[in-house]
Design a protein around this ligand. Structure first.
Ligand code: G6Q
Length: 554
């Protein structure tokens, strides 16, 4: 660990206090009133960057709120922090690492030195290696053991080595090449692998073992079982290198596993797992949509990065999104944040962003090693619209908890079937409008009476139909879902999370909280197998659960 950095407790800054003082001004008005007071509110509170349009006018903010939030960003040293990240300072101090996923998508050629090496050369060499491999597989020159081309690519990885590639591949379905089908195995639950391979032919299947550390229990178990499947279904042991490649920073462990050193694509310590889809961890993406589209994905993210590092704070999309979140979570009492893509191909985007956000900012110790006394990372959840409208939107509209929402919508569809896209869009716009405007008792009662109900009955039912409104949301539009806009969109959220981490004085790039469960699982596993485990210090409840497992599996 590097020495603890100088830290700023945001809660003791004048900017924080100024926001506390301002709270009553916003609590005494509504978003609808704010619109009435400013006919140009939409043009004031909207912006474009990197092919994305953000309308943040449906938020509980006025000009003064934004001025005070910007002051908080300045007090937290955000501008310097952005510089530090891009220039390669070791901002992940608890692991002594730089945070340079932005370099993976940068076309800047100025040397960027890590440990005495220009990493631009490593990045470029990795892209060239990926390109050569992708071309061989897509063109059918990379042959399986029986001389047939590869038709199915199975990515074996978990967490950051899984979610990003999966979301990008799903989002880019209209750009898939015809002769490759992608599959994912992540969960150590054997069902994941079993269901995946049941329709596969070992002759034409390629496994990519995706593990930065090559030590992850689930990934190693799945990779070993995949190898057993390959061998037990006729796969040729001498040609295993044609069917198993890896992406890892741990060359030794990957070669020990049996991967040919030539078929190991690099990863580096300066790329965090949840920020790694831009590296060779994105190899499955490139195989499915082609290297040109993979480069477009990088280009979209670079566009967003360039905006992030150069735009003034008040006109900076990730900064605005980050500050709005801080406003709601630290000053107005929200606890979660919902991501609502109105696009089926982005169905799993919330899961990826959940990891990016919650693994980065789900922390209660500041960079200096002290307990924080203010709220940090919100609970991130969500799912594709319109499906959620028939489920959890009930709580969004009428629950006792309110949740800031992000609506995400492409203006053009790849699937022009009848009026579907207009219907999808009308639902998206209607939801944010309903959240903001709500429905009063009088409106509800009048509607009921207009439908023929007696006044007495209408008064009885109307309270159940009241929608409080004044619930904030952002709307993010893009022309179309394509590699460039998906790259920009994911980078937008990565940088938003960075902004919030800086304001909350967190190291957003470590993840110590996930370690304890891994350690305990390592000591429980021998118990389940009936072996002695000295390190196991299980509590009475866990001991009983272990016994129940053993009895059921005798
Ligand atoms: C992400 C996390 C975590 C990681 C997985 C897989 O930031 O570090 O989700 O990506 O645990 O790790 P490996 O790639 O090392 O297998």
């Amino acid at each position: 660990m590097d020495s603890a950095p100088q830290t700023t407790n945001p809660g003791v800054t004048a900017a924080w206090q100024a926001l506390i003082d301002h709270r009553k001004d916003i609590e005494s008005t509504t978003i609808v009133d704010l619109f009435s007071n400013d006919p140009n509110r939409v043009s004031h509170l909207s912006m474009e960057a990197a092919g994305l349009y953000l309308d943040y006018s449906k938020n509980r903010v006025n000009t003064e709120t934004l001025v005070r939030l910007k002051a908080l960003a300045e007090a937290s040293g955000l501008k310097q922090a952005i510089q530090d990240m891009f220039s390669g300072a070791a901002i992940n101090h608890t692991e002594g690492r730089q945070v340079l996923h932005t370099a993976l998508r940068s076309t800047d050629t100025a040397p960027l030195i890590v440990d005495g090496k220009n990493i631009r050369e490593d990045i470029s060499a990795a892209l060239t290696k990926m390109e050569g491999f992708v071309n061989q597989v897509q063109s059918g020159q990379w042959l399986g053991y029986s001389g047939k081309p590869i038709t199915d690519v199975v990515s074996v990885g978990i967490g950051g080595s899984y979610l990003g590639p999966r979301v990008a591949i799903e989002a880019l379905r209209p750009f898939w090449v015809d002769n490759i089908r992608s599959h994912f195995v992540s969960n150590v639950d054997g069902a994941d692998l079993a269901y995946c391979v049941e329709s596969l032919n070992p002759e034409t299947t390629l496994f990519i073992v995706q593990s930065k550390s090559f030590k992850t229990q689930e990934t190693l178990a799945n990779a070993l079982s995949a190898k057993e499947w390959y061998l037990s279904t006729g796969g040729d042991a001498d040609n295993i290198a044609r069917h198993f490649v890896a992406v890892s920073s741990n060359i030794n462990l990957a070669t020990e596993f049996g991967i040919d050193a030539d078929n190991i694509f690099p990863m580096w310590d300066w790329v965090g797992g949840r920020y790694s889809l831009w590296s060779a961890i994105g190899l499955p993406i490139a195989l499915q949509v082609g290297m040109a589209n993979f480069r477009e994905l990088l280009a979209g993210a670079e566009d967003l990065d360039n905006h992030f590092r150069t735009a003034p704070l008040e006109a900076n999309m990730p900064v605005i999104l980050g500050l709005l979140g801080v406003w709601y979570h630290n000053f107005l009492g929200a606890h979660s944040h919902v991501i609502l893509p109105y696009d089926q191909s982005l169905e799993n985007l919330p899961a990826h962003l959940q990891q990016v956000d919650m693994e980065s900012n789900g922390k209660s110790i500041n960079r200096g090693g002290h307990q924080v006394d203010y709220g940090t990372g919100p609970i991130i959840w969500g799912g594709a619209g319109t499906n959620g409208q028939h489920a959890y939107h009930q709580l969004l509209h009428q629950g006792t908890r309110w949740t800031p929402a992000d609506f995400i919508l492409p203006l053009k569809t790849h699937h022009a079937i009848g009026e579907h896209h207009a219907m999808l869009t009308s639902n998206c716009f209607a939801q944010s409008q309903a959240l903001m405007c709500g429905k009063s008792f009088e409106q509800a009662k009048a509607e009921l009476m207009a439908s023929g109900m007696s006044e007495e009955k209408a008064e009885e039912l109307a309270p159940h139909k009241v929608i409080p409104g004044n619930r904030p949301s952002n709307t993010i539009l893009m022309d179309q879902v394509n590699a460039r806009t998906v790259g920009a969109l994911i980078a937008l959220y990565e940088q938003k999370v960075f902004v919030q981490g800086v304001i909350w004085d967190l190291n957003s790039f470590d993840q110590w909280g996930v370690e304890l469960g891994k350690q305990l699982s390592d000591s429980i596993l021998p118990l389940l197998k009936g072996e002695e485990s000295d390190s196991a210090q299980v509590d009475a409840s866990t001991a009983d659960l272990v016994n129940r497992f053993k009895q059921a599996n005798q």
